[in-house]
Design a protein around this ligand. Structure first.
Ligand SMILES: Cc1cc2nc3c(=O)[nH]c(=O)nc-3n(C[C@H](O)[C@H](O)[C@H](O)COP(=O)(O)OP(=O)(O)OC[C@H]3O[C@@H](n4cnc5c(N)ncnc54)[C@H](O)[C@@H]3O)c2cc1C
Length: 292
C-alpha cells in the first residue's frame, strides 16, 4: 500500500524537534531510519499526520567509549556499530548481538533510538539494553531524563516515552575485559527477527566461581526478559555441563511464550533452553556435547 498523505518537517535542533512534537500532540511522530515506521504507515498500523525527521539532529550519531562504559547516540545505525572495531573490545556482547539485526539495507538505516522506541519484543537492542542494565537517555520539554532500560519498555511496541519526548541515546555500563559472555539466537532466515535469542554474561571470582550472572531473552514475551531464576542458579557455581543442563531446564520453566504464526509456544520454550545451553557452553568454553 502507498503511504497515507503526510506533512514532513526536518528540524535542525533537538529543541526545535521537541517543540514541534509538543505543538502537534499525538498527530506527530518521530522518524529516524524509517525501517519500522514506514512499513507501519504503509499497512496503516500508524497514522500520524506529521513526520518529524530527526535524521539531521547534530550529535546523535556518537559512539563514545570511556571508563564508565559505552554510550550510543540515538542515530547510531546497526552498520555504524558493526564498523566500529572498538566496540568488539569495549562491548563484545553488544557487537555480537547487533550482528544479527536485519538485512544489509535495513542495517544501513535502522537506528539504536528507533529500535528502543519501537520496542519490538524480538529486537536485539532492547534485549541487550535490558540484559546489561543500560539506561536510556530521553529529551523532552522539561529537559533530559535517564531511565533504566527495564523500566523504559512497557510491553510489545510500548514504552514510557511521552509523545513529545525523543530518545537521544543509551548508556551501557563498563565491560570488564575478563568477563565471559555469549549471544545465541535462532531466526528462520539470516536477518529475520529471531524466534528467540539469549544473551548471557558473568564474571568469575578468584576461585573461578560465577558472579554477577546476567541472562536475558528476546522473542518469548511481550518484552525482553531477564531470567532471574537462572541467574540465581548460576551465581556462586562453577560452570559445568551438569549446571548448564539444569540452567536450561530452569530457563524453559521461566518463560511462558504464546503461539503465533511463526512458532508454537512449546517450540519457543524449548528453543530458549537450547539457546541457553549453547550460550553457556560458549561462554564457559565447554563443548556442546559436554553440555548436552
Ligand atoms: C524486514 C525487516 C527485518 C528486521 N529485522 C530486525 C531484526 O532482526 N532485529 C531488530 O532488532 N530489528 C529488525 N528490524 C527493525 C529495524 O532494526 C528498525 O530499523 C528498528 O527497529 C527501528 O529503527 P528505525 O531507526 O528504522 O526507526 P523508525 O522506523 O524511524 O521508527 C520506529 C519507531 O520509533 C520511533 N522513534 C524512532 N526514533 C526515535 C527516537 N530517537 N526517539 C523517540 N522515538 C523514536 C518512531 O516514531 C517510530 O514509532 C527489521 C526491520 C525490517 C523491515
Amino acid at each position: 500500500m502507498k503511504l497515507p498523505p503526510l506533512d514532513y518537517v526536518c528540524p535542525a535542533t533537538l529543541a526545535e524537534a521537541i517543540a514541534v512534537l509538543s505543538a502537534h500532540g499525538d498527530t506527530a511522530k518521530v522518524i529516524a531510519g524509517g525501517q519500522s515506521l514506514m512499513p507501519m504507515l504503509a499497512f496503516r498500523l500508524a497514522s500520524p499526520t506529521l513526520l518529524v525527521d530527526i535524521g539531521r539532529l547534530p550529535g546523535l550519531n556518537r559512539i563514545e567509549i570511556s571508563e564508565e562504559g559505552v554510550e550510543l547516540g540515538a542515530l547510531v545505525t546497526w552498520r555504524d556499530i558493526e564498523r566500529d572495531a572498538r566496540l568488539a573490545q569495549a562491548h563484545p556482547l553488544l557487537a555480537a548481538a547487533i550482528a544479527h539485526v536485519a538485512h544489509y539495507q535495513i542495517r544501513n538505516r535502522g537506528t539504536v533510538g528507533g529500535s528502543l522506541a519501537h520496542a519490538d519484543p524480538a529486537a536485539e537492542m532492547p534485549g541487550i539494553a535490558i540484559t546489561c542494565d543500560a539506561v536510556v537517555i530521553i529529551a523532552g520539554p522539561e529537559g533530559t531524563r535517564t531511565v533504566p532500560a527495564d523500566q523504559f519498555v512497557l510491553g510489545g511496541l510500548s514504552t514510557i516515552l511521552d509523545h513529545d519526548e525523543i530518545v537521544t541515546g543509551v548508556r551501557l555500563p563498563a565491560w570488564p575485559k575478563p568477563r565471559r559472555w555469549a549471544f545465541e539466537e535462532f531466526a528462520r532466515r539470516r536477518g529475520d527477527f529471531a524466534l528467540a535469542g539469549v544473551a548471557v554474561f558473568y564474571d568469575r571470582d578468584a576461585q573461578g566461581l560465577i558472579r554477577n550472572a546476567h541472562v536475558g531473552v528476546i522473542g518469548v514475551a511481550d518484552r525482553p526478559l531477564r531470567l532471574t531464576a537462572v541467574e540465581a542458579l548460576l551465581d556462586g557455581q562453577h560452570l559445568t555441563a551438569d549446571l548448564v543442563f539444569v540452567a536450561a531446564e530452569r530457563a524453559r520453566a521461566s518463560v511462558d511464550p504464546s503461539d503465533d504464526i511463526h512458532a508454537e509456544a512449546a517450540y519457543r520454550r524449548d528453543l530458549v533452553g537450547v539457546l541457553l545451553e549453547r550460550a553457556l557452553a560458549r561462554a564457559g568454553d565447554l563443548t556442546l556435547a559436554e553440555a548436552a
